[in-house]
Design a protein around this ligand. Structure first.
Ligand SMILES: C[S@@+](CC[C@H](N)C(=O)[O-])C[C@H]1O[C@@H](n2cnc3c(N)ncnc32)[C@H](O)[C@@H]1O
Length: 413
């Protein structure tokens, strides 16, 4: 395969013209992509941080819409149906929807599944504005004493927290929860979902933490940065205004042919129909647990209500982390590189920050073998699976993800 991802922006724009489905795509796709910052790596979303829709929520593990356009344009035929088994923030689904290419995506994290659905669902800006007014009015009437993020939520979420540290000042948390309660006053389901997602998009800014690698860390000087209810309102107001501008600019788009399958792709991918391409980026075997990375959104917006639901979500994610211990089981995947890597990791096991990392790496590739074999069955003859994945290193042992995936994929046919 040629290095399609190195295309410059003018090549990508002409690819978009070629790939767009004249009947169902939007003529605005080129305008949308034109704001892309070409100096950024296409395997990240950095260059698209200011693009309409992509700017609704900072999702640092995303790839770029440019990558998706270039990937689709690298096929021998114009694509008709694309699968993304790890939807994330919905870059593949959104780009396909603007191109008028049918897309099916699976995502296990319910907040992210809602983010995808919000991005691909056309909504009148006035419907969003009406919903916003209804939500804010209803929030005013809520008794703050009646609000809590959920029975099993960590005590560190609300002031006074644990050991003198807490993620939200009480005043900020009460306001966020009041707005969440206010969503119930919104009748239009699409508008309600969009507002919930936009409320999720301000949580980090309204909190005392920043995203850092696998989780969060407290901001420098957070004790002096008291977040008030008014500031929460302003952040929410800005997020809604930004989304309304994007909806207005792309008001000509039609309801996209996007199917969002919520749940564990290792099982739910069975429900996808045949496609001619898959463009995706799975979690990497880097011990990140997306349940932790997005746990503020999950708890604060009511997607989790007790520790059992938190654990159930962890267990449905790909085995790329050691938050729960895994026993790999399963059969030999026929990858010599994986076999050597596991031997090397076992040799340095006593030096690793968690000895379960060795079984995590093995379990990770078993999960990916399941996904690849399901994709093989879902892709039409001649179809392609295009994947962005990163290597990891534990001790001095490199986990060469690309080579292992190539060997596993070849073994699977
Ligand atoms: C690297 S991100 C994908 C980013 C995406 N390409 C984008 O541009 O936004 C991987 C995603 O896989 C999801 N995921 C992890 N385990 C999953 C599973 N078993 N089934 C479905 N999705 C899963 C995570 O929640 C995360 O959103």
């Amino acid at each position: 395969m040629t290095a399609f991802w190195t295309a410059d922006l003018s090549e990508t724009l002409s690819s978009a013209r070629r790939v767009v489905n004249a009947a169902t795509g939007t003529r605005d796709i080129e305008n949308w992509l034109r704001a892309y910052d070409i100096t950024a790596l296409p395997s990240t979303n950095t260059g698209a941080a200011d693009l309409a829709f992509q700017r609704w929520m900072k999702f640092k593990e995303a790839f770029s819409p440019k990558f998706v356009v270039d990937a689709l344009a690298s096929l021998d035929r114009p694509p008709t149906h694309c699968i993304d088994p790890f939807g994330g923030s919905g870059t593949t689904a959104l780009t396909c929807s603007l191109l008028g290419v049918r897309c099916t995506t699976t995502e296990v994290n319910p907040f992210l599944a809602d983010l995808i659905e919000a991005k691909v669902t056309p909504l009148r800006p006035t419907a969003l504005a009406d919903a916003y007014v209804a939500c804010v009015d209803a929030a005013e009437a809520v008794d703050p004493g009646s609000l809590s993020p959920g029975a099993g939520a960590p005590a560190s979420l609300r002031e006074p927290g644990v050991g003198g540290r807490f993620v939200f000042w009480s005043e900020a948390m009460d306001r966020i929860l009041a707005l969440r309660a206010g969503l119930m006053a919104v009748d239009d389901e699409d508008a309600r979902r969009m507002l919930r997602v936009l409320l999720g998009s301000i949580l980090i800014e309204a909190s005392n933490v920043v995203v850092n690698g696998k989780g969060r860390r407290y901001r420098g000087g957070w004790m002096r940065r008291r977040v008030t209810a008014d500031q929460v309102d302003r952040l929410f107001d800005d997020a809604v205004a930004r989304a309304a501008r994007d909806l207005k600019e792309f008001s000509g788009r039609t309801r996209a042919d996007v199917t969002i399958i919520r749940g564990d792709t290792r099982v739910r991918l069975d429900d996808a129909e045949q496609a001619d391409v898959a463009v995706f980026s799975p979690p990497y075997p880097n011990s990140f647990d997306y349940t932790d990375v997005y746990n503020l959104e999950l708890w604060m917006l009511g997607y989790l209500d007790d520790s059992a639901s938190n654990r159930a979500l962890r267990l449905s994610t790909l085995r790329s982390h050691v938050q729960v211990s895994w026993s790999p089981g399963g059969s030999d995947l026929g990858s010599p590189t994986l076999a050597l890597t596991l031997l090397d990791l076992d040799r340095v096991r006593h030096r690793l920050w968690n000895p379960n990392l060795v079984s995590m790496v093995e379990a990770y590739f078993q999960d990916m073998a399941v996904v690849l074999s399901k994709l093989r069955d879902k892709l039409a003859p001649g179809g392609k699976a295009i994947m962005v994945a990163g290597d990891s290193r534990y001790g001095d042992v490199r986990v060469d993800v690309g080579s292992i995936m190539a060997e596993v994929g070849t073994e699977l046919g």
